[in-house]
Design a protein around this ligand. Structure first.
Ligand SMILES: CC(C)(COP(=O)(O)OP(=O)(O)OC[C@H]1O[C@@H](n2cnc3c(N)ncnc32)[C@H](O)[C@@H]1OP(=O)(O)O)[C@@H](O)C(=O)NCCC(=O)NCCS
Length: 144
């Protein structure tokens, strides 16, 4: 399995990884996914990396380098998903190592991500990879 950065300006690249991304968030259609990625990419900080095996996308990670009072300069992982068939082979751990290397090179002091309270497998995975649960993320939905 190899890793490469996705060119977010190319529809063909997004179409390649969309099937895998959809395993994490089932809601967006392809056109919605393209709009979300285009809006995120406008900030310039948003990047996406894929894991590929025999030219097939088997995992995706989206992240950005952020800078704020609370966390300092840090790398935030928006999305991380490995296709179901390929889980448990160390690809997820390699993605986290990739993010760590980018953060190190980018002068960050830490990395951050959010995972669902009910996603016990992912919590166990992050802890095994040396991450610590440090906060509750609160969310409030707005009526349309
Ligand atoms: C969490 C995830 C990215 C880990 O990727 P991975 O390539 O399977 O990870 P690794 O092979 O490096 O490590 C496997 C670990 O992930 C955990 N894991 C989580 N879901 C798993 C699954 N469906 N199958 C196998 N392992 C899974 C296992 O507990 C395992 O931990 P262990 O080695 O301590 O037993 C991947 O399982 C996944 O895409 N899950 C669904 C999407 C998701 O929840 N993403 C995180 C959102 S914050």
């Amino acid at each position: 399995v190899e890793f490469r950065q996705i060119d977010l300006s190319l529809d063909s690249e997004i179409e390649r990884v969309y099937i895998v991304l959809k395993e994490l968030r089932s809601t967006p259609s392809l056109s919605e996914a393209k709009a979300i990625i285009a809006a995120a990419a406008l900030t310039g900080a948003y990047r996406m990396v894929e894991a590929f095996d025999n030219e097939k996308c088997v995992g995706v990670m989206a992240f950005r380098i952020l800078h704020d009072f609370t966390h300092g300069r840090h790398l935030y992982i928006d999305d991380l998903v490995v296709t179901e068939k390929m889980r448990g082979k160390g690809i997820g751990e390699k993605f986290l190592e990739y993010a760590e290397a980018v953060a190190q090179k980018g002068g960050c002091s830490n990395l951050r991500l959010c995972t669902g309270l009910d996603n016990k497998q992912a919590q166990k995975f992050y802890e095994r990879c040396g991450w610590q649960a440090r906060a509750y993320a609160f969310k409030k939905k707005l009526s349309k």
